[in-house]
Write a protein that binds this ligand. Structure first.
Ligand code: SCD
Length: 677
């Protein structure tokens, strides 16, 4: 958190350079447009996608009919990682956290009956950006929409995937080339399409405080500018189509200051590089309320959290906003919760008068001063990153991960010791909590349909044309000057699938696998004075004496789920409490977990899953391990697990389930009880 004074006065802003600037004027601290929401309110753009193209299409149409103003597509994990739905590695994850898209035919179904020349479409896609962007372009083409008319945004921000989100396919270097190919191609062929959404949101979700979130976002943006400019593209030609994406958490004042500082720093950056036009210097952004701040306990409280966060996004001058649904810590949003989330924005836009004034916090002693402090803090981080040799070097050295994980650990320890209040979680906890109904996806049915569709596609297409286009794509991957999006469009037009395009590229660029790690010592240090923590440590010590060695836990990530904040936090907490702890690499298979378990005398197995695929994945793992291993081990599952799935997990042999918001003490105590039993 940026340091605060008890009160602010004119003295705090007298020296500030930009205090007399106006919205719509460089350095755009006060907003990218003169009239801001008076001319056009921010776009209500709710991130949506589940099951198959038809179900998501219906949800899009409902969104638009009920006040949504743009679309934002959530793809499933198989699509993100470049697997067709029939790939063996993808089976449990198809259709769970987003829509399954295997080919241009799916993409056409996704937008059937939606006029792509009128509705702008954002697509959160990074790893498989080439086939997805290509499928969107071909779908537009085949529905009669000219390329110049296509409007929207592709996330195309791969660097943060290596730092936090983990839906990468190729290694950082070839991935950067792909990003630059997409920007280059779109800047010529789709002039109204934003070619990147450089994202801080996921850093915040992984634990970064606002200043670190902004610093890492800008450091990544610098790397992209270097890569794109190296091709000789003029900043004034492409910069106005690079957009940004930030998270907005409960730290109300800092979040507003962050968004104002972001525009100032971006303007300085591109000006310094020689951009001349205001278009290039003006940062435009999308914001999303914080998913991490949602609690599984008393979920209706999340409506209030989301409203406050949405207000911070709007006061910060965002161009587009997603408000989370209150039940997202439990499962996918229901129709009703999605409607309430959208209405939150409609009420802000239409009932409050907030849209009447640009930058309403402008001139506030506190806000102006905080904005400057935020900018200074971010500049400090950027200097540190520069001193390490840039963001790629900082990433490789482990610095990025250590910063984010360190801040996540600090936040968690402050929640666990009660210093950071979360109503309903560590204060004013209610016993009789009504759980809302959750949305269930029939993923098996979608998997079956997708397999049939893939089979039909392969039976009816011109195989030799597909093979030739894929061979050309492989050849292009070996040639640094070829534009890979142009070649992928040809392959997709010929009806190659997303998985086939990925395979064609993998012949030249191998699939990247990152190591898993966690920080030891930090969590325990934060809580060393705390009696609750000391008492838990004593319980672990006593169990250690009983065993004659430290209890040993293996924590694993299964399937295609790349969210690792939770598993890393629990690993750090257990370690500092006195366990020996190992964590598996992301995307582990049951066989890999078995090999790890055979390699050391583990007492506990923890499985972390936030993808909704817990039932099939836990079942597969426990079947592979067999009843003997399961009886010997304490088995725990943590993540987004709806209440109604707990009996099925228990029947499989799971000893305890920990939803989001479980305290470290609760986890450790339960573990010791089960192990000692
Ligand atoms: C807007 N315009 C104005 C104006 N306001 N002109 C004058 N005065 C004003 N006040 C103009 C703009 O210049 C633009 O024209 C047009 O109106 C549209 O406005 P916009 O501001 O560009 O709005 P929009 O089209 O909605 O675009 C907003 C962004 C865009 C630029 C921010 O990139 C976007 O929509 N991003 C969304 C990204 C997203 O949804 N991500 C989801 C991520 P011109 O175009 O002619 O300039 C989800 C995610 O990752 C979840 C987590 C996870 O999965 O892990």
């Amino acid at each position: 958190m940026v340091e605060r004074k008890p009160f602010y006065s004119a003295d705090d802003i007298r020296h500030l350079e930009y205090q007399h600037s106006r919205p719509g004027e460089a350095p755009f601290l006060r907003g990218p447009f003169t009239q801001m929401y008076r001319h056009k309110p921010w776009t209500i753009r709710q991130y949506t996608g589940f099951a198959n193209a038809e179900a998501s299409n219906a949800a899009f149409k409902q969104t638009l009919a009920e006040g949504g103003q743009g679309l934002s597509v959530a793809f499933d994990l198989a699509t993100h990682l470049g697997f067709d739905s029939d790939h063996p590695a993808a089976q449990a994850d198809v259709a769970r956290t987003g829509v399954a898209i295997d080919s241009v035919e799916d993409m056409k179904r996704l937008f059937a009956g939606i006029d792509l020349s009128r509705v702008s479409v954002s697509m959160t896609m990074n790893g498989a950006v080439l086939p997805i962007m290509a499928a969107f372009i071909v779908a537009g083409e085949e529905s009669g929409v000219a390329r110049e008319q296509l409007r929207g945004t592709i996330q195309n921000d791969i660097l943060k995937e290596f730092m936090v989100r983990n839906t990468y396919i190729f290694a950082p270097k070839p991935s950067l080339r792909i990003c630059a190919d997409v920007v280059d191609y779109l800047s010529h062929a789709l002039p109204n399409f934003n070619s990147m959404s450089i994202s801080g949101y996921h850093f915040q979700e992984a634990g970064a405080e606002p200043a670190l979130e902004l610093a890492l976002t800008l450091a990544n943006a610098r790397a992209y500018l270097d890569a794109i400019s190296a091709r000789g593209l003029d900043l004034d030609h492409f910069c106005h189509r690079l957009s940004f994406f930030f998270g907005v958490g409960m730290n109300f004042f800092d979040e507003i200051a962050k968004l104002r500082a972001a525009r100032l720093l971006w303007c300085e950056e591109v000006e310094h590089r020689g951009a001349r036009s205001d278009r290039a210097k003006r940062m435009k952004m999308h914001c999303q309320t914080s998913g991490w701040s949602l609690t599984a306990q008393e979920p209706h409280n999340n409506l209030i959290r989301t409203t406050i966060e949405a207000m911070a996004g709007v006061f910060g001058g965002t161009q587009s906003l997603h408000t989370n649904a209150y039940d997202e810590a439990l499962s996918l949003p229901t129709e009703h919760s999605a409607r309430l989330a959208r209405n939150t924005q409609l009420i802000l836009q239409q009932e409050t008068g907030i849209c009447d004034v640009a930058d309403p916090w402008g001139g506030s002693y506190m806000m102006e001063s905080l904005t400057q402090q935020m900018a200074d803090k971010v500049r400090d981080y950027l200097r540190q990153i520069d001193a390490m040799g840039g963001i790629l070097a900082a990433l490789e050295s482990g610095w990025v991960s250590e910063q984010i994980h360190g801040q996540a650990l600090r936040a968690q320890s402050r929640i666990d010791n009660g210093q950071r209040p979360i109503i309903g979680v560590n204060r004013f906890v209610s016993d009789d909590e009504a759980r809302p109904p959750v949305r269930a996806i029939d993923a098996d049915e979608v998997l079956h349909q997708q397999r049939q569709r893939l089979q039909r596609l392969k039976e009816t297409r011109d195989t030799s044309r597909v093979e030739a286009a894929l061979a050309d794509l492989t050849t292009a991957a070996a040639s640094p000057t070829a534009n890979l999006l142009a070649f992928t469009i040809e392959a997709i037009r010929a009806r190659a699938t997303l998985g086939e395009c990925t395979q064609a590229l993998l012949k030249q660029m191998r699939r990247h696998q990152a190591d898993a790690h966690y920080l030891a010592g930090r969590y325990g240090l934060e809580r060393r004075q705390d009696t609750q923590w000391r008492s838990v440590r004593r319980e672990v010590d006593a169990y250690h004496q009983l065993l004659g060695r430290a209890p040993r836990a293996l924590l694993v990530k299964l399937g295609l789920d790349g969210h690792d904040r939770g598993v890393r936090l629990v690993a750090s907490g257990l370690k500092d409490a006195g366990f020996d702890v190992d964590i598996s690499a992301l995307f582990s298979t049951p066989e890999q977990v078995q090999r790890m378990l055979d390699s050391a005398p583990y007492d506990a197995l923890g499985i972390s899953l936030l993808s909704g695929a817990h039932l099939p994945l836990v079942e597969q793992l426990l079947n592979t391990l067999g009843p003997q291993s399961c009886d010997r081990l304490g088995v725990f599952v943590g993540g987004i697990i709806p209440d109604q799935d707990i009996p099925a997990l228990t029947a499989m042999g799971v000893d305890a389930v920990f939803p989001p918001g479980s305290s470290m003490e609760a986890i450790i105590r339960k573990l010791i009880t089960v192990l000692a039993d």
